[in-house]
Design a protein around this ligand. Sequence first.
Ligand SMILES: Nc1ncnc2c1ncn2[C@@H]1O[C@H](COP(=O)(O)OP(=O)(O)OP(=O)(O)O)[C@@H](O)[C@H]1O
Length: 241
Amino acid sequence: MIRLNNVHKSYGTGSNSLHVLKGINLEIEEGGFVSIMGSSGSGKSTLLNILGILDNYDEGSYYLNGMLVKEMSEKKAAQLRNEMLGFVFQSFNLISFKNAMENVALPLYYQGVSRKKRNKIAHEYLDKLGLLSWAEHMPNELSGGQKQRVAIARSLITQPKIIVADEPTGALDTSTSYEVMEILKEINEDGITVVIVTHEHDIAAMTRQIIRLKDGIISEIIKNGDLKQWKHQYSKELEIA
Ligand SMILES: Nc1ncnc2c1ncn2[C@@H]1O[C@H](COP(=O)(O)OP(=O)(O)OP(=O)(O)O)[C@@H](O)[C@H]1O
């Protein structure tokens, strides 16, 4: 589903240039539940933005569903983004002057779906996320967890194949973070590939594969069965630190 071969990305030019990704090789299978970890500035968001076709890369290749992302026209890239991808952000990115239902329905507005139809579908997704009674509420009347659930409902309304989430629990307290991760897990169990960026080990451990970025390359890929061992090793590292 996702395949990156030797992907490089730099910001700036000349002496101001910053080489952030220095040859990323990565495969994510359909139905994967993956977290990207790494220290601040290691390039996690840069990588996620490339995966989500929100940003370009400089060298290498990125195949999404067998299609080379780089050689696409902007129109084709936008189409692929709209058809394949749903986005969730740390700061929810809800529109403050629209209520929960209107926020969820927004992607369908851009697809030209009639108001009646998009509101009906938005209600279905709010219901799925347990937010039906909050449909008419404005974002500032919702808790952080509710806002993130609205954002997740909005990301799902176009029926994407992949959800990319940049620090989806970064603005939430611990128990709400786990609730949001449980929702992402259920979404994944419905067959949607989920890729998140997080710096929290407990959150990463809820996914099935952890990709660690260091010095612009993938330093480690920890798979399902090894997570327990990894958590044990990590807690020992913490003790030493
Ligand atoms: N648009 C940009 N222009 C210039 N430099 C950028 C840009 N975006 C990111 N960078 C730089 O690239 C590096 C990697 O940034 P990125 O946001 O991908 O890291 P990150 O691992 O997600 O960090 P954090 O955990 O702090 O969010 C950082 O040094 C950052 O300052």
